[in-house]
Design a protein around this ligand. Structure first.
Ligand SMILES: [Fe+2]
Ligand SMILES: [Fe+2]
Length: 199
């Protein structure tokens, strides 16, 4: 039986076919589910739609422009691109969730989380913190390292050192930080394996 999250997933998926979103999104969705297991008091009806929809504002922006939405980007970071994908994502999320008949009050809270998921450094709520942490956690995974290190033109080892040094400032929850360390240790393990093929 399909759940409301399956329906949101299906409606969001067409917007993921850019910026490796088709890889990023299923993985951050799984990471958010793990964070929700560790914080059972958090509301999944906010976290899961917000995570599935957080980056849909990138869709339709030219690739080169999208890359400027990334701090550390070789093309130079343009904070306005970050804001555009947040605002556009929040706008599209309101429409998409409205079409699915989602609770209006929740739609507003989800849109607020999306509209600030990268630019707002502090969390508005535990749910907001879990969305931000799940999104960041991806950079510690094997595919997150493989893909996002190239976005910033770095070799795997310095990139892994860089994300490790950011754990305390990026992660907003204790479990998020613990997961970041564990996931990075596993990713480092892959890279240490003889014959590991990154591609
Ligand atoms: Fe984003
Ligand atoms: Fe993201």
């Amino acid at each position: 039986m399909s759940t409301i999250y399956d329906r949101i997933y299906a409606a969001a998926e067409p917007y993921w076919q850019t910026r490796s979103g088709e890889i990023h999104m299923p993985e951050v969705y799984a990471l958010a589910q793990e964070l929700l297991r560790r914080y059972p008091e958090a509301d999944p009806t906010l976290v899961l739609p917000a995570i599935l929809l957080h980056d849909i504002g990138y869709f339709g922006l030219p690739e080169a422009t999208q890359m400027q939405g990334l701090s550390g980007s070789p093309q130079g970071w343009n904070a306005e691109i970050t804001r555009i994908h947040e605002r556009e994502g929040a706008r599209r999320a309101r429409l998409l969730l409205g079409d699915l008949g989602y609770d209006a009050e929740k739609i507003e809270q989800i849109a607020q989380i999306i509209d600030g998921h990268d630019s707002r450094t502090e969390a508005l709520s535990l749910e907001d913190a879990l969305v931000k942490d799940a999104d960041k956690l991806w950079r510690f995974t094997a595919s997150g390292v493989r893909i996002s290190r190239r976005w910033v033109n770095q070799e795997p080892q310095p990139f892994m050192d860089y994300v490790e040094a950011k754990i305390d400032s990026w992660m907003l929850t204790a479990e998020g930080a613990a997961m970041a360390r564990a996931i990075l240790a596993a990713t480092r393990g892959h890279y240490q394996q003889e014959g590991y093929d990154e591609s």
